[in-house]
Design a protein around this ligand. Structure first.
Ligand SMILES: C[S@@+](CC[C@H](N)C(=O)[O-])C[C@H]1O[C@@H](n2cnc3c(N)ncnc32)[C@H](O)[C@@H]1O
Length: 309
């Protein structure tokens, strides 16, 4: 994935076939998906839906009712997805506030997508090092991305997302028919299905006032592998506009819907900043080891002998 010259396209509220603008529908995703012109046109649908956990943008419903609502949108999404396209659904856990009972949302969603004819290609683990500390259970440090296609004739360009080989100097061993030749692919190795990317929290370069952003680098990786330049990339729950921004950085056409007016303003400002070369974002590269004071053991822990308990 390289940084390329970006076609600076404006953000408009209506979809047009000429591919000269990104689109932000300021309202319910259902209205956007009703547009018959989008039928089978979208190469990649990528989103993080509301998780029904009481974030400021969602009203908590019974889990069954929440999933029922999602099914309506999912059927529409499958209609707009191209035959060789992909759908990537990023989710974490639903936790019952009273009992703490936890439902990994990818489990019910997997069943919904299967019942609607899609096939799972990968269950990608998005791993991060931080999470809410907990006394009664282990801290959660991952979410998942379910990557579905309609069939096995999907578009996928692995070369676009290869990462450097861990042991590039490794050679085929004695007795092997390729003995002595370098065994790896010079373009790099398959990045695998566990992606280590920090969450967008606190002082992260990309942080806006939206409470649940996903990182641009994750979406760029999906976009570069699953679409080509000029393709449509759609996010029905676009939040702060991460998907549109990632699509723009890769010269794809971003289409999103967002129901909350304040978040729509964030999207508009983000794309304006991007077009003016002022949008900050983190490149898709290895997570650096922590440096400085925060990575040192507090002196008082050593003095009080806490570390020997
Ligand atoms: C988990 S957030 C998405 C955040 C996004 N991935 C980002 O990086 O900023 C879900 C978003 O969906 C929006 N939303 C909820 N229901 C919606 C609907 N029916 N149509 C459009 N947007 C909706 C919420 O306002 C919220 O901003």
């Amino acid at each position: 994935m390289t940084n390329k010259e970006i076609n600076k396209l404006p953000l408009e509220s209506n979809y047009s076939k000429d591919k000269k603008t990104h689109v932000l529908h300021e309202g319910n995703a259902k209205e956007l998906l009703n547009n018959k012109d989008l039928h089978k046109k979208v190469r990649l649908i990528v989103t993080s839906p509301p998780y029904n956990i009481g974030k400021e943008y969602e009203e908590v419903k019974k889990l069954e009712d929440y999933l029922e609502d999602q099914i309506g949108i999912i059927k529409e999404l499958i209609n707009v997805m191209s035959d060789d396209g992909s759908l990537c659904w990023q989710v974490g856990n639903y936790v019952d506030k009273k009992t703490g009972h936890l439902v990994p949302l990818d489990i019910p969603f997997y069943n919904i997508f299967r019942e609607n004819g899609l096939m799972l290609r990968n269950r990608i683990i998005w791993h991060f090092k931080h999470g809410y500390p907990n006394q009664k259970k282990l801290t959660n440090q991952y979410e998942t991305i379910l990557w579905f296609t309609k069939d096995e004739n999907h578009y996928f360009d692995l070369d676009e997302i290869r990462v450097p080989q861990l042991y590039p100097g490794y050679r085929f061993p004695k007795g092997h028919k390729k003995e002595g030749l370098a065994s790896g692919n010079p373009k790099g190795k398959n990045p695998g299905n566990v992606w280590d990317v920090p969450q967008v929290k606190a002082k992260h370069l990309e942080k806006t006032d939206h409470p649940a952003q996903f990182p641009i680098s994750i979406i760029r990786r999906l976009i570069t592998a699953l679409t080509e330049e000029g393709d449509y990339v759609l996010d029905p729950y676009v939040g702060s506009g991460t998907t549109i921004a990632a699509a723009a950085l890769e010269n794809r056409i971003g289409i999103g819907a967002e129901i909350d007016k304040e978040y729509c303003e964030i999207v508009k400002n983000r794309i304006k900043d991007l077009n003016e070369g002022k949008m900050d974002y983190r490149e898709d590269k290895e997570v650096p080891k922590p440096k400085g004071k925060v990575s040192e053991t507090p002196l008082e822990w050593e003095q009080e002998g806490v570390l020997n308990d």
